[in-house]
Design a protein around this ligand. Structure first.
Ligand code: UD1
Ligand code: CA
Length: 496
C-alpha cells in the first residue's frame, strides 16, 4: 500500500488532562519508556510528513521543551484557550500560513493528518493504512473509526446507505438512536489540505459544548458535495486515549505484551511475560533469557546468550554475551561478556565490568572499572576505582573514596589479592601482584608484589570473661570448656 506523503501532521495536545490528577501534563506521562506524546510522534514519523505540528496549551512550557527534545524539527503552536478540536487545528494551520508555510497553498499538497497526543497505542502501520485509503478513495476527509462494545462518550459515525460517512455526532449532541451506534470517531483523520482549510473558517460553536468541533468539518465538506469515508481500525486498542491512571496502566500493559511478543518471536526467552517490562528502545539479541520480574529500561542492550533476572532492573545498561545478571539494580553500567552479577547487587553509573568479571552478593559499585576476570564476590563497596585483570577483592572490602569533602580514586593492578575487610583509603594504589592482609586499613601505596599489613597486632587476655563477666552464660561455657581440657585456673593478670 502506497500512502501519499502528508503535507502536515497536526497533533492536538493542549488539553489539561484533569483526570490524571497530576502536576505533570497528561501527554508527558509515560508508558513503555516513552511519553504518550512520544508514542504518537513516533507513529506520525512513519508517515514522513513534510511538517509536524504540535498544538500545546496546558503545561505548554514543559510540553514545548519535550517536543524540542523528541522532534526538533516540529512546529509548536500555542492554543491559549481550549475552544475545541476544530479551533486547535484552525490556529495550527493559521500559524503555518502566518510563517509563509501554508500546507494548503500548494494544490498538489499531500493530506493533513490530525491526531491526538494521548493515544500511545497508535501504530505507524494504521496511519499508513488511513493515509493510503484516503489517497485511493478521492475522499476529502477520511476518518479513522473503531467499532466498540461500549461507545459511550465518543462521537458516533453516521453512514450513508452507500457506506460513506454522513456526519459525526458528539455524545452530548446525539439522539437516543444515534447513541446506539457502535462505530465511533477515533479523533484521527486525513483531510485534503485545501478543503480542510476552507471548512475550518466556517465552523460554529452552535453545539452542546459551545466549542468549534473538528468533526463539523465532515458536515461542511459533504454540504459542498465532497465525499467522506472511514477506515475502521483492526485493533481498537490502537485508538485508546489515556485520560486517567487506570487507562495509563492499561496502555502500559498492552505495550508490554506487544513488545514481549515481538521479542519472543525474535528469539528471546521470556519466562514470565506478565512480569517482564521492556521499554520500547531496548535492544535484545536472540537467545537472551529474561527471568521473572525483569525491567529493562531506557537504552538498555542485552547481547546473545545473556540471562537477566529474576528481580532485576537495568536502566541504560549494556549486557555482554553470555553474561548472567541476577537480582540486580543497575544504571548506566556496562556488564562484560560472561560477567556474573548478583544476587542483590547495585551497579551505579560508570560501572564497567570486564569479560568474565564478577560482582557478587551485596556488592555496590560506582564509577569503577573491574578488569577482565577480576572478582568482587561479596559484601563490598567499590567507588571511583580502577581494578586491573585477574584480581580478587576479598569479602567486605571498602574502597574508601570520600574524605568527607572530595572523592578520590583507587587503582588496583593486575592479579592483586585484596584481603577480606580491607579499607583502601583513596587516593591509593596497589601494584600488580600485591597482597593486602585481611582487616587492613591501606593508606599508603603498595608496590608490586608486596604484602601490606595495616592493622594492630592481636592481644589475648586470658580469663577476662570469668573475671569481668562472672555468672554469665559465656563465663559458664568458658569454665566448662576449660574443665574439659583440664585447664588450671587463669593465672594471667589483667592489666587495667
Ligand atoms: C473528540 C471528538 C470525538 C471523538 C473523540 C475521540 C470532537 C468535537 N470530538 O471528542 O468525536 O470520538 O475525540 O477521543 O472533536 N484538544 C485541544 N484543544 C482543544 C480541544 C481539544 O488540543 O481546544 C485536544 C485534547 O487535548 C485532546 C484532543 O484534542 O488530546 C481531543 O479533545 P477532547 O476534548 O478529549 O475531545 P472529545 O470531547 O473526547
Ligand atoms: Ca471535549
Amino acid at each position: 500500500m502506497t500512502a501519499p506523503r502528508p503535507s502536515a501532521v497536526v497533533i492536538l495536545a493542549a488539553g489539561e488532562g484533569t483526570r490524571m490528577k497530576s502536576a505533570t501534563p497528561k501527554v508527558l506521562h509515560s508508558c513503555a519508556g516513552r511519553t504518550l506524546l512520544g508514542h504518537v510522534v513516533a507513529a506520525a514519523d512513519e508517515l514522513d510528513p513534510v511538517r509536524l505540528v504540535v498544538v500545546v496549551g496546558h503545561g505548554r512550557e514543559r510540553v514545548t521543551e519535550h517536543v524540542a527534545a523528541i522532534a526538533p524539527g516540529a512546529t509548536v503552536v500555542v492554543q491559549a484557550e481550549q475552544n475545541g478540536t476544530g479551533h486547535a487545528v484552525r490556529i495550527a494551520l493559521d500559524e503555518l500560513a502566518l510563517r509563509g508555510d501554508d500546507p494548503a497553498a500548494d494544490p498538489d499538497a499531500g493530506p493533513v493528518v490530525v491526531l491526538t497526543g494521548d493515544t500511545p497505542l497508535l501504530t505507524g502501520a494504521t496511519l499508513t493504512r488511513l493515509v493510503a485509503a484516503h489517497g485511493e478513495s478521492g475522499s476529502l476527509v477520511t476518518v479513522l473509526t473503531a467499532v466498540l462494545p461500549d461507545p459511550t462518550g465518543y462521537g458516533r459515525v453516521l453512514r450513508t446507505d452507500e457506506g460513506h460517512v454522513e456526519g459525526i455526532v458528539e455524545q452530548k449532541d446525539a439522539t437516543e438512536d444515534q447513541r446506539a451506534i457502535r462505530e465511533i470517531n477515533s479523533g484521527m483523520y486525513a483531510f485534503a489540505a485545501a478543503a480542510l482549510r476552507d471548512a475550518l473558517t466556517r465552523l460554529t460553536t452552535d453545539n452542546a459544548q459551545g466549542e468549534e468541533y473538528l468533526t463539523d468539518v465532515v458536515g461542511i465538506v459533504r454540504g459542498d458535495g465532497g465525499q467522506v469515508d472511514a477506515v475502521v481500525v483492526d485493533d481498537s486498542d490502537e485508538i485508546l486515549g489515556v485520560n486517567d491512571r487506570v487507562q495509563l496502566a492499561t496502555a502500559a500493559a498492552i505495550w508490554r505484551d506487544r513488545l514481549n511478543d515481538r521479542w519472543m518471536r525474535a528469539g528471546v526467552s521470556i519466562l514470565d511475560p506478565a512480569t517482564t517490562w521492556v521499554d520500547v528502545d531496548v535492544e535484545l539479541a536472540p537467545d537472551v533469557t529474561l527471568r521473572p520480574s525483569t525491567h529493562l529500561v531506557g537504552a538498555t542492550t542485552v547481547a546473545r546468550g545473556a540471562s537477566v533476572g529474576p528481580g532485576t532492573t537495568l536502566r541504560d545498561c549494556e549486557v555482554g554475551e553470555d553474561a548472567d545478571v541476577v537480582h540486580t539494580w543497575a544504571e548506566l553500567a556496562v556488564i562484560g561478556p560472561r560477567a556474573t552479577v548478583g544476587p542483590f547487587t547495585f551497579l551505579r553509573p560508570g560501572t564497567r565490568l570486564g569479560t568474565g568479571a564478577k560482582a557478587g552478593a551485596y556488592v555496590e559499585i560506582k564509577n569503577s572499572e573491574v578488569g577482565d576476570g577480576s572478582k568482587v564476590p561479596h559484601l563490598s563497596y567499590v567507588g571511583d576505582a580502577t581494578i586491573g585483570t585477574g584480581s580478587n577483592i576479598g569479602a567486605a572490602t571498602v574502597f574508601v573514596n570520600y574524605d568527607g569533602v572530595a572523592k578520590h580514586r583507587t587503582v588496583v593492578g593486575d592479579d592483586v589479592r585484596i584481603g577480606s575487610d580491607t579499607m583502601l583509603v583513596a587516593p591509593v594504589e596497589v601494584g600488580d601482584g600485591a597482597y593486602t592482609a585481611a582487616g587492613s586499613v591501606i593508606t599508603d601505596d603498595v608496590p608490586p608484589g608486596a604484602m601490606a599489613v595495616g592493622r594492630a597486632r592481636q592481644r589475648t587476655i586470658e580469663g577476662w570473661v570469668e573475671r569481668r563477666r562472672p555468672d554469665t552464660a559465656s563465663a559458664r561455657s568458658a569454665a566448662a570448656a576449660k574443665s574439659r581440657q583440664g585447664d588450671p585456673q587463669p593465672d594471667v593478670q589483667e592489666d587495667s
